[in-house]
Every structure is written in structure tokens, then in C-alpha cells.
Design a protein around this ligand. Structure first.
Ligand SMILES: NC(=O)C1=CN([C@@H]2O[C@H](COP(=O)(O)OP(=O)(O)OC[C@H]3O[C@@H](n4cnc5c(N)ncnc54)[C@H](OP(=O)(O)O)[C@@H]3O)[C@@H](O)[C@H]2O)C=CC1
Ligand SMILES: O=C(O)C1=N[C@H](C(=O)O)C[C@H](O)C1
Length: 268
């Protein structure tokens, strides 16, 4: 069988570098191309340079040519970049794994529309452990149900541009769905001043940004006389990259459809 050809978008970013390293290690996959936006320092340099291994693949700013050379694009950039790459992937009939976070509702609808013609895995967190936590949250919410206040706390590095994290929002969605609530109606994003007493049906979000924290998430169920905390801590970005390659393999041979890591991991 011919190897799965992978294109990495945002190649010189934190995740881009990790994805190049993971692709080079992945059996049955090859790094077909690596690209970044025009003006980025690493254009024209070897894609392996940032992780210390020569690949012969140069980072290009020609996104169309890079996508054309691959079977699947893995994209961890910014919403506007991802949507531009998605339009090209759709036109060329290529699969796409999207890890970017911070999309608006309308932008998410654009992704869903594209997935009617190409296969897409779109997930705020590709790590197996985080996806296991989503399942644990369903169970916890089902059992605890009433009488526990739900708060989601997340911490990330100082460079992160969106808040709350996509993972924190998904955790909130998972718990809200299980409790029969609509997150859009019950989410509280930070508190300040005289807020009044906490309303029972709300789900609160707290965001910490600092240093090089890779990504920590806790969901707190606070009752009277007891507290339950479900926590995931990332020590490395490699689990996100490995999960993305697993997602790319999952898409091989599919013609269209919108999936997330729960589908990839068979957790539905
Ligand atoms: N789903 C998951 O498992 C995970 C998701 N993420 C998400 O992935 C995204 C990227 O994170 P991270 O790697 O830390 O970010 P970085 O800022 O380190 O990297 C982003 C890369 O994308 C490029 N880029 C920025 N804007 C555009 C654009 N408009 N068009 C094309 N390329 C662009 C950047 O180029 P330049 O340097 O020139 O700005 C850079 O190379 C974030 O949304 C983050 O939340 C992160 C980790 C795990
Ligand atoms: O920006 C990051 O770094 C991360 N972003 C994702 C998110 O917003 O949930 C996933 C992970 O937490 C790292």
C-alpha cells in the first residue's frame, strides 16, 4: 500500500514542528509538504530543521501546491488560516484534520459544509487522554446530576490567543448536554464585582495564562460537603500530534463526513 502523504500547515508553529516530527516517525506515512504563511521566518528552510532532522522537504508559502501534493492536510494555525486552507482542500478533494481552536459558530458551520464533500476530523483536543476525560465527564455529570456546581478551570502558556480553550469549551458542552442544559445559555466566562450568589444551573469558566504551561484542564463538581475534580495535564504536545496522525489514518479511504476524535477512537 502506498504511504499516506501528509501536508503540515503552520509548519513553523509550536504544533507544526511537533506534527513534522510525528509524521517523520509515523509508519505508513510520509511528509509530503510543509507550509506556512508568507513572511514567516522559516519559509525555504528544511521542515526538519526545527526538530533537528533533515527531511529534504522545504517549508513553502505556496499553500495550494503543498495541499495538492498530499492526501491529507493537518492544520493547527488560526481560524482564518484554517478556513483558507479548507477552501483549497475542498476544491482539490483532500482530507483535512483540523486542530485549530477559537472558531465562531458561523465558521464552524463553514467547516461542516465543507465536510459534505471532503472528509474532516475537527477536534479541539487530539490527545487520547483528554478524549477519555470527555467520557469520564459524561459519567460524572450523569451520576452527580443535581446539587453540584460545575466549574471548568484551564491553564495555558502565555502565547495562547483564544480563551477559554477549545478543550474547556468542549468539556462544558459535554457536561451541559448530559445535564440537559444549553451551554450558550448557562456559561459564565469569569466573574468580577458584586456578582450575586451563584445560580445553580450555570457552568463557570476560569482561564489562567502564563509561562510555558502546555495545557491543564480541570472540571470541578462542587457540592455541599464534598468536591470532585477531574483533571488532565499535558506535559508535551506530542499526544496532540500523535492523535492527529491517527485521525489522518482514520480519514484515509473516506470520501466525506465531519468527525471528531471520539469517532477516531471509537468512543461514540
Ligand atoms: N486540537 C488540539 O489538540 C490542539 C489545538 N491547538 C490549537 O492549534 C492552534 C495553533 O497552536 P500553536 O501551534 O500553539 O500556535 P503557533 O502560533 O505556535 O503556530 C501557529 C502557526 O500558524 C501560522 N499562522 C498564523 N496565522 C495564520 C494564518 N492566518 N494563515 C496561515 N497560517 C497562520 C503561524 O505563523 P506565524 O508564526 O507567522 O504567525 C504559525 O506558524 C491554536 O488554535 C491552538 O489552540 C494546539 C494544541 C493542541
Ligand atoms: O493552544 C494550545 O496550546 C492548546 N489548545 C487547545 C485548546 O484550545 O483546547 C488544546 C490544548 O489545550 C493546547
Amino acid at each position: 500500500m502506498s504511504p499516506l502523504r501528509i501536508a503540515i500547515a503552520g509548519a513553523s508553529g509550536r504544533m507544526g514542528r511537533m506534527l513534522i516530527e510525528a509524521t517523520l516517525r509515523e509508519e505508513g506515512a510520509v511528509l509530503a509538504s510543509a507550509f506556512d504563511r508568507p513572511g514567516t521566518t522559516f519559509i525555504g528552510r528544511d521542515a526538519g530543521e526545527l526538530s533537528g532532522s533533515a527531511t529534504g522537504v522545504l517549508i513553502t508559502d505556496d499553500s495550494r501546491a503543498a495541499i495538492a501534493a498530499a492526501d491529507c492536510v493537518i492544520d493547527f494555525t488560526r481560524p482564518e488560516g484554517t478556513l483558507a486552507h479548507l477552501a483549497i482542500a475542498r476544491e482539490l478533494g483532500k482530507a483535512m484534520v483540523i486542530g485549530t481552536t477559537g472558531f465562531s459558530t458561523t465558521e464552524k458551520e463553514t467547516i461542516a459544509a465543507a465536510a459534505q464533500t471532503i472528509p474532516v476530523v475537527f477536534a479541539p483536543n487530539m490527545a487520547v487522554g483528554v478524549n477519555a476525560v470527555f467520557k469520564l465527564l459524561e459519567v460524572a455529570a450523569r451520576i452527580l446530576n443535581d446539587g453540584y456546581d460545575v466549574e471548568v478551570i484551564e491553564a495555558h502558556h502565555r502565547f495562547k490567543v483564544d480563551a477559554p480553550s477549545g478543550t474547556a469549551l468542549r468539556m462544558g458542552e459535554v457536561v451541559a448536554r448530559e445535564l440537559g442544559r444549553d451551554l450558550e445559555m448557562c456559561a459564565i466566562y469569569g466573574r468580577e464585582g458584586v456578582t450575586g450568589e451563584r445560580k445553580a444551573e450555570t457552568i463557570g469558566f476560569s482561564t489562567i495564562r502564563g509561562g510555558d504551561v502546555v495545557g491543564d484542564h480541570t472540571v470541578l463538581f462542587a457540592g455541599i460537603g464534598e468536591r470532585i475534580e477531574i483533571t488532565h495535564k499535558s506535559g508535551s504536545r506530542m499526544p496532540y500530534a500523535s492523535g492527529s496522525l491517527r485521525a489522518a489514518r482514520f480519514l484515509a479511504g473516506r470520501s466525506s463526513g465531519l468527525f471528531d476524535m471520539q469517532d477516531v477512537l471509537g468512543l461514540r
